[in-house]
Ligand binder design. Sequence first.
Ligand code: AHG
Ligand code: MN
Ligand code: MN
Ligand code: MN
Length: 322
Amino acid sequence: MTTLIDLAGHLAAEQTADEAVKDVVAVIAAACVQISRVVASGAISGSLGAAGQINVQDEEQKKLDIITNDILREALKACPAVAGLASEELEAIETAGRKGGFLVTFDPLDGSSNIDVNVSVGTIFSILPAPDDREPNEQDFLLPGRQQVAAGYVVYGPQTMLVLTLSRGVFGFTLSADGTWLMTHDAVAISPETAEFAINMSNQRHWAEPVRRYIEGCLQGKDGPRGKNFNMRWVASMVADVHRILMRGGIFLYPWDAREPDKPGKLRLLYEANPMALIVERAGGKATDGQTAILDLQPTKLHQRVPVVLGSANEVDRVSAA
Ligand code: AHG
Ligand code: MN
Ligand code: MN
Ligand code: MN
C-alpha cells in the first residue's frame, strides 16, 4: 500500500491565494477530531439528548449541538487568521477584534436528529474572505457562495472523513486511529447520471407541482417516462446524503414546501447549501435552488433558508425542467 499523504502534506502542496486559509482549515480539522471523540462517546459522556433550549432556527437544541458549537467557536477565536464566525447555533456573528483574514460559517452538528439513534451526523464549514481594512460586520458574511475560498465537511460515520475543497478539486481524508487525517480519496467526482434520489417522501403532499412531477416520474420506474427504475435513500443528515452522492452519484432534494410557506425550505444558505454547493460543483455536479445555481444567490440574511437540489448534473437539470 502506498504511503498515504496526510492533511498537512496536502495543504502544503496546495496553491492558494492566501496561505493563511490553510491555517484555518487545519484548526477546523483539529477541532473536528475533538468533536469525533465526543460524538463517538455518546451516552458514556452523557452528551446525548436534548439541551432544553431553542435555537435561533426555532429548533430544540441537542446537548451535542451546543458542545460541538463551543469546540469550534473556541478553536476559531484562537486562530489569528479568523476575523469572525457565524454558526447555526449562534443568533449573531462573533468577531475576534481583528481585521483581514477570514470569516467562517459553520453547522457544528448536522443531522442532530440522528445523534440519539446512532446514525451518521456531520460538521459543515465555509470559509470566506474578511474585509482587510476593518473588523467584520454581519453584512460582510452575506457573500455569494462563489466567493468562498474553501469549504468542507466532516462525516462522523463508520469512518470519520473530512471532505475538502480549497482552490480546485475535492479531496477526502479518513481519520486514522492516531488522530491523523490521511488522504484516501484524491479525485472525488460525481457521475452525471444516477438512478438514486434522496428526498423526505413524507412531505410529498406539501411540494410544489414541478417537484411532485419529477419524483412521480422516478417512482414510475422503467415503464414510466424515465425508462429506468430508481432507488431512494434519506439519511436526514445532509452531510451523509451528500457524501453518498459524492461517492456513488445521486440527487438530493430539500425543496420548498407548503408547511411553512414563508420559509423557502429547511436548509440554511450560508453554512449548509453554499459549502455543499461548492464541493458538489468542484466534483462536477450541480447545485441549484430548483432553478438558479446556489453559488450565484445573493444572501440577504445570516440564517436564511433556501430550497436545495444537488448532485448528478444531468439529473439536477431534469428537476429544473420538470
Ligand atoms: P441540522 O441537524 O444541522 O439542523 O440539519 C438537519 C437538516 C439536514 O441535515 C437534513 O438533510 C435535513 O435537516 C433533514 O430534514 P428532515 O428531518 O425534515 O428530513
Ligand atoms: Mn439544527
Ligand atoms: Mn444542518
Ligand atoms: Mn446543525
